[in-house]
Design a binder for this molecule. Structure first.
Ligand code: ADP
Ligand code: ADP
Ligand code: ZN
Length: 214
């Protein structure tokens, strides 16, 4: 089954996607992760998008659609979790076309609802393990042993350059202006399911499981 996790920055898309990968053998396709990887490896595309990402604006539809198209040609046996894609109506149309072309379907769009106050708190406290990418939070999810990743034992952590209040304001505006129209788009197609993003990570995971198993 193929699903979209839809929600503003900090809603918990990445956190829940990683759980679905663990629990259901699905494949996480995060355009944010792909773009950050392109930056780290210094590709021409990575260099082109760096300033846009740091400012919190959306990169062009053509770039992210190209990234997803490439991935959909690989092995996606257990199904795909689209995390952070689509973010515009043009991307949603392109996704629908790519899936149809590959004989695949979109089975659910899970919209995660979290208020701005909580989003700001989540984003400004977010950090990840530099080695394995496991996600943490200064207040909500510290590693069990201070300074040591629960998952891989790594001791280096990173914070995203765009996880500051100024970029976040732009990212929220971009979300409400360009991405939130997707809620109506998928609702009209009968594919939208709301999940309260405010509960604990376990509660949210339980609510998502109910949607996927319905
Ligand atoms: P978040 O955790 O805030 O939801 P992501 O890691 O998904 O953020 O994305 C980080 C940045 O990468 C975005 O602010 C944007 O600049 C770019 N980006 C990621 N996905 C897309 C997309 N589908 N369309 C346009 N830009 C994207
Ligand atoms: P997104 O991918 O939607 O931008 P993340 O999954 O990276 O969001 O979550 C943002 C931050 O909030 C991370 O530091 C994560 O550990 C934390 N977080 C995620 N889900 C919850 C939750 N249900 N309760 C509290 N904190 C959470
Ligand atoms: Zn780790």
């Amino acid at each position: 089954m193929n699903i979209i996790l839809l929600g503003p920055p900090g809603a918990g898309k990445g956190t829940q996607a990683k759980r679905l990968v663990e629990e259901r053998g699905m494949v996480q396709l995060s355009t944010g992760d792909m773009l950050r990887e392109a930056r780290t490896s210094g590709t021409a595309m990575g260099n082109k998008v760096a300033a846009i990402m740091d400012a919190g604006e959306l990169v062009t539809d053509a770039i992210v659609i190209g990234l997803i198209e490439e991935k959909l040609q690989g092995d996606i046996g257990g199904g795909v979790i689209f995390d952070g894609f689509p973010r515009t109506l043009a991307q949603a149309d392109a996704l629908s076309e790519m899936l149809t072309r590959n004989g695949q379907t979109l089975d659910a769009v899970v919209a995660m609802e979290v208020n701005d106050h909580e989003l700001i708190e989540r984003i400004t406290g977010r950090f990840t393990c530099a080695k394995c990418g496991a996600g943490y939070h200064d207040a909500f999810k510290l590693p069990a042993a201070e300074g040591v990743c629960d998952v891989c034992g790594g001791t280096e952590f990173t914070r995203r350059k765009d996880d500051n209040e100024e970029s976040l304001q732009t990212r929220l505006t971009e979300y409400y202006k360009k991405t939130s129209p997707l809620i109506g788009y998928y609702h009209a197609k009968g594919q939208l399911a709301w999940v309260k993003g405010l509960g604990s990570m376990d509660d949210v995971a339980g609510d998502i499981a109910k949607v996927l198993d319905a």
